[in-house]
Design a protein around this ligand. Structure first.
Ligand code: ATP
Length: 344
């Protein structure tokens, strides 16, 4: 199956006087798995709907492999779509649901059947063709929706929170399944979620959105460890943002904003270049895989997340105890205050 690159060029979408998409530009590579990640209302679905052809942009252009599709009808865009609520036909069998896009495209009955069966095999529902949709679990329905989206061999796939109705374990399992399916088929995929971990797990690159704008487009590792804005830093995980002074190895002080993730800290000194912080314990909590400690440093609360495997003694700590924590120097991320917003 071939895949195609997508170009999103200064897309603007306004509802009344509310700007849902504010000059959004994004290049998605052929075969890439790109996730739109952002809080509720940040414009993710609006951007996906513009790509699918269900929302008309007020300005800007959408291109697939260089071809302008901004005004093309949805059914002529060759895009497979998987929605959050599956949008399956409850009165039809599993097989009939998966055949449906082929019927729409006037594919002959026998061929439609063969291709639908093959798509069901791909999502590991080979024996389920005759079942009613009502007789399936949530995860199985999600697989049917996937089979229906890939059956006509689209060269682009859009997914809008496809796993949000599933419980945690099944969701995590399906994250791997969808990623594997993507790797097998190589379809350029744009995936929408507000779940940071899901985005980190699945994506080649993540575009973090806030208030109708893209804040950063980068690999999961860059987004997590080297956020460009304070918004990205805080949205992606437990970030301590500290004003003030970074003591460089050479003893040089800088006044930039500092970011250090809670899980970067250790309760013992480390080998190599490192930073340390010291404060008074104000709260602690056991979270299974780690202990969360809150210490007061000056007038700032700082969060330390210590893996349970090296958290000996945390259980006995009492509020008021003086705690010193160390982190490798390269875990300290320095970002200039003026990068609070992405430069134009
Ligand atoms: P969620 O994660 O909650 O789905 P989202 O990031 O996908 O959020 P959108 O659904 O794209 O956000 O919505 C972006 C903003 O545009 C929201 O404030 C929403 O209320 C608004 N909006 C979306 N569709 C319409 C519409 N048809 N009319 C008016 N406002 C709309």
């Amino acid at each position: 199956m071939t895949s195609l690159p997508i170009s999103i060029d200064r897309i603007r979408k306004v509802y009344g006087n509310f700007v849902a998409l504010d000059n959004v530009s994004l290049e998605i590579r052929s075969g890439e798995f790109l996730t739109l990640l952002g809080p509720s209302g940040s414009g993710k679905t609006t951007l996906l709907m513009a790509l699918a052809g269900f929302a008309r942009p007020d300005a800007g252009h959408l291109r697939i492999a260089g071809r302008d599709i901004t005004r093309l009808a949805p059914n002529r865009r060759d895009i497979g779509i998987v929605f959050q609520n599956y949008a399956l036909f409850p009165h039809m069998s599993v097989l009939a649901n998966v055949e449906y896009p082929l019927r729409l495209r006037k594919i002959a009955k026998a061929e439609a059947r063969d291709r639908a069966m093959a798509a069901l095999e791909r999502v590991k529902l080979g024996g389920f063709g005759d079942r009613d949709i009502a007789a399936l679990s949530g995860g199985q329905r999600q697989r049917v929706a996937l089979a229906r989206a890939i059956v006509f061999e689209p060269r682009i796939m859009l997914m809008d929170e496809p796993l949000s109705a599933l419980d945690k374990n099944l969701r995590e399992h399906m994250q791997f399944e969808i990623r594997k399916l993507h790797d097998d088929l190589g379809i350029t995929t744009i995936y929408v979620t507000h779940d940071q971990r899901e985005a980190l797990t699945m994506s080649d690159r993540i575009a973090v959105m806030n208030a109708g704008r893209i804040q950063q487009i980068d690999t999961p590792d860059e987004i997590y460890h080297r956020p460009r804005t304070r918004f990205v830093a805080e949205f992606m995980g437990e970030a301590n943002i500290l004003p003030g002074t970074a003591l460089q190895p050479q003893g040089v002080a800088t006044d930039d904003s500092l970011m250090i993730r809670a899980e970067s800290f250790h309760l013992q000194p480390l080998e190599g270049p490192q930073v340390w912080i010291s404060g008074c314990l104000t709260a602690k909590a056991f979270r299974g895989e780690n202990w969360l400690l809150q210490i007061l440093v000056g007038d700032r609360e700082v969060l330390l997340s210590i893996p349970a495997t090296r958290a000996q003694g945390c259980e006995a700590l009492t509020p008021g105890t003086q705690i010193t924590a160390w982190a490798a120097r390269d875990r300290l991320h320095v970002f200039a205050p003026e990068t609070d917003t992405l430069p134009e």
